[in-house]
Design a protein around this ligand. Structure first.
Ligand SMILES: C[S@@+](CC[C@H](N)C(=O)[O-])C[C@H]1O[C@@H](n2cnc3c(N)ncnc32)[C@H](O)[C@@H]1O
Length: 296
């Protein structure tokens, strides 16, 4: 049976509704997922994210294998790789190298936006536009005029802007370092990053309204990133918890590893579950501790 993009999208939504990374009670997100054509944002040639037997990432070319390409676009747990080594590797053949951009998997995007929980008309800053797909889902919820998106790579930014514009979606677009945020457009009700950080950039905390929400992937000593959700105190700080385990590409300026002790992590990571972490971030740094669990 030949499945259309719409049919595959509906099936993907249905599969996600059954899993832990689903829509939960988030009906606006479910509707946005069904309405936004994910395939519109995916380049014709992408790399599969796991290496083959030869150690290289296979290329999926829409013009050569249109059905395989479309099926891959709608796999709930698969992020397709759109850039390797900052664009120095041409998408013409299987490749090796470091992933530097992707279209995030449907499951992860849904998780991110479910925790962000933007309301219609709320101002949102997105860091890491990538293909523009997450931007389109955000704009579906809040209205494009309420969204500002930042991408450090000019080539990716231009492509995403064109793809969004082709659907009539025109958010604010900044080509630049998202770690600096965009003060001129703030303060924001919500900030979301689709690139992970080792240290939460102080600018994000300054640019949130009091009570504003930050959702971002944070590197952790647990062997994976943690999605953190923090609420701003209006004085340049924010507190919250880790809400999910995720895996993201690092923001460009924070690729180099640093000792966790320098990044505010205290205690042995194995000593407690990541679900029990308490995250406090401010202008002087961050502090990640295990919440005291009260036993009665
Ligand atoms: C995982 S991709 C984003 C995927 C996007 N959510 C999507 O579904 O298309 C992460 C993006 O963050 C961008 N990025 C990395 N460092 C950045 C920075 N400092 N400021 C803005 N964007 C950055 C990368 O170029 C990449 O496109």
């Amino acid at each position: 049976m030949v499945m259309t993009a719409k049919g595959l999208r509906a099936r993907c939504a249905w599969e996600m509704s059954r899993g832990p990374r689903g829509f939960a009670d988030c009906s606006w997100l479910h509707q946005a997922f069904l309405d936004v054509p994910r395939e519109h944002f995916v380049p014709d040639r992408v790399w599969w994210p796991a290496p083959g037997d030869d150690g290289r990432y296979a290329l999926i070319d829409r013009n050569v294998r249109p059905r395989a390409w479309l099926k891959a676009v709608y796999l709930p747990g698969v992020a397709l790789i759109t850039q390797i080594d900052d664009g120095t590797v041409a998408p013409t053949a299987p490749a090796v190298g470091a992933f530097t951009s992707s279209i995030s998997s449907p499951g992860v995007v849904v998780e991110l936006l479910r925790h962000l929980a933007p309301e219609p008309g709320e101002s949102v800053l997105e860091v890491g536009t990538g293909t523009g797909y997450t931007t389109a889902l955000l704009a579906h919820r809040t209205g494009a005029a309420s969204v500002t998106t930042m991408e450090i790579d000019p080539h990716l930014a231009n492509r995403a802007r064109d793809r969004l514009r082709a659907l009539g979606t025109t958010p604010g677009f900044i080509v630049g370092d998202g770690e600096e945020g965009h003060a001129d457009g703030g303060p924001y009700d919500r900030i979301v990053s689709t690139a992970s950080v080792r240290r939460i950039p102080p600018a994000w905390l300054r640019q949130l309204k009091p009570g504003g929400v930050l959702v971002a992937p944070l590197d952790s000593p647990y062997g994976h990133d943690l999605l953190v959700r923090l609420v701003a105190d209006g004085r340049g700080g924010a507190t919250g918890t880790a809400v999910a385990r995720v895996e993201f590409m690092r923001v460009r300026g924070q690729r180099a590893p640093r000792p966790y002790a320098e990044l505010g992590w205290s205690g042995e990571p194995g000593a407690a579950a990541w679900e029990d972490l308490r995250v406090t971030a401010g202008q002087a740094g961050q502090c990640i501790t295990h919440a005291v669990v009260e036993h009665t």
